[in-house]
Design a protein around this ligand. Structure first.
Ligand SMILES: Cc1cc2nc3c(=O)[nH]c(=O)nc-3n(C[C@H](O)[C@H](O)[C@H](O)COP(=O)(O)OP(=O)(O)OC[C@H]3O[C@@H](n4cnc5c(N)ncnc54)[C@H](O)[C@@H]3O)c2cc1C
Length: 286
């Protein structure tokens, strides 16, 4: 269920279709002392081979409704359930001739995961289009405006705290020239397809961008482009050094993890810059 195509199983997996069901699941986990992991589309996680010994709550299509509201002043608000794919939000916006969400089209995560990570691409992030976020805190549904979300580079209060469940996002977009918006979305699609290994299992950029550097460039300069420790299938992508890929889904999570550490250590030895994983590690790793 993850884009890395490796890792073990969850003890329980549930896909709720209402806020009430999310609450019921949390109550169940609490009563049974089960750790909980909230998952979107699994495009930014590496799950250990021993899996997750708890309850995975997957926010998927059942909590992924998207509704548009024309404000009559040249802007449109879009209400998105956390389980909606970010790409769907992007595609709807493009189809409706709304500007600003084109960057979402190529990100293979959910709206909830996008809020959590403040996902972004090509100079824009969720924080640039967000109006407000609805989330669950200790059994209570709350809505806060974007300025209270603590959005930063690949972070938010949801990422910092870890105990909040994002349920929905409201964005505000401006009407623009539909042809120009379509052309820009297409330009980004081509850029991504030519520069990233989007057809090979991965979790996108493996490492965060260290301040003042690009992770991919550091890895390339350390002669690690295309590097593999063994023939497990885990490899630094020959197409984009910032991506660690799992060729044909053959590698175990441990193989990927060993390569992540090797790359981070080697880059540190050669440049003095420590690469931190952007990919979130779930479960136990040796
Ligand atoms: C080919 C490829 C390209 C990518 N390109 C980009 C890119 O351009 N820009 C970018 O930013 N990212 C990119 N990514 C990474 C990834 O798509 C994003 O980080 C995305 O936002 C993760 O969303 P998800 O739903 O898959 O989250 P998951 O991987 O399922 O979860 C990631 C984290 O978010 C938490 N989470 C998920 N949903 C919720 C929720 N509803 N409430 C609370 N916590 C939640 C999880 O607990 C976990 O800690 C790419 C990945 C791939 C595979």
């Amino acid at each position: 269920m993850t884009t890395f195509r490796c890792g073990g199983e969850a003890r329980y997996l549930a896909e709720p279709s209402s806020f009430t069901e999310v609450k019921q699941l949390l109550d169940y986990a609490g009563e049974n002392n089960l750790p909980v992991f909230v998952m979107g589309m699994g495009s930014n996680i590496l799950v250990s081979d021993s899996g997750f010994d708890g309850l995975v709550i997957k926010l998927g299509k059942k909590l992924g409704e998207i509704a548009l509201m024309d404000n009559g002043d040249g802007t449109v608000d879009i209400d998105c359930g956390a389980g909606a794919p970010l790409a769907m939000l992007g595609n709807i916006a493009v189809k409706e001739g709304l500007e600003g969400a084109e960057f979402c089209c190529g990100i293979p995560g959910s709206v909830g995961g996008g809020v959590f990570m403040n996902a972004g691409a090509y100079g824009r992030e969720i924080k640039d289009i967000a109006l407000s976020v609805t989330y669950l805190e200790a059994g209570e549904v709350k809505t806060i405006d974007k300025d209270s979300c603590g959005f930063g580079y690949r972070t938010s209060i949801f990422e910092e705290r870890g105990d909040l469940i994002v349920l929905g996002l409201k964005v505000r977009l401006t009407k623009g020239d539909p042809e120009r918006i379509r052309a820009y979305a297409e330009e980004l699609r081509v850029k991504r397809a030519t520069s990233q290994p989007i057809d090979v299992p991965s979790a996108g950029s493996t490492f965060k961008r260290p301040e003042g550097y690009f992770a991919g460039k550091l890895i390339q300069d350390a002669d690690l482009k295309g590097f593999a420790l063994d023939d497990s299938g885990a490899q630094v992508s020959p197409k984009h050094s910032g991506f660690i890929v799992n060729n044909e889904g053959r590698a175990s999570a441990q193989d990927v993890y060993r390569l992540i550490n090797y790359v981070s250590d080697t880059v540190f030895e050669k440049t003095g810059v420590r690469l931190e994983p952007e990919v979130r590690l779930i479960g136990r790793f040796e």
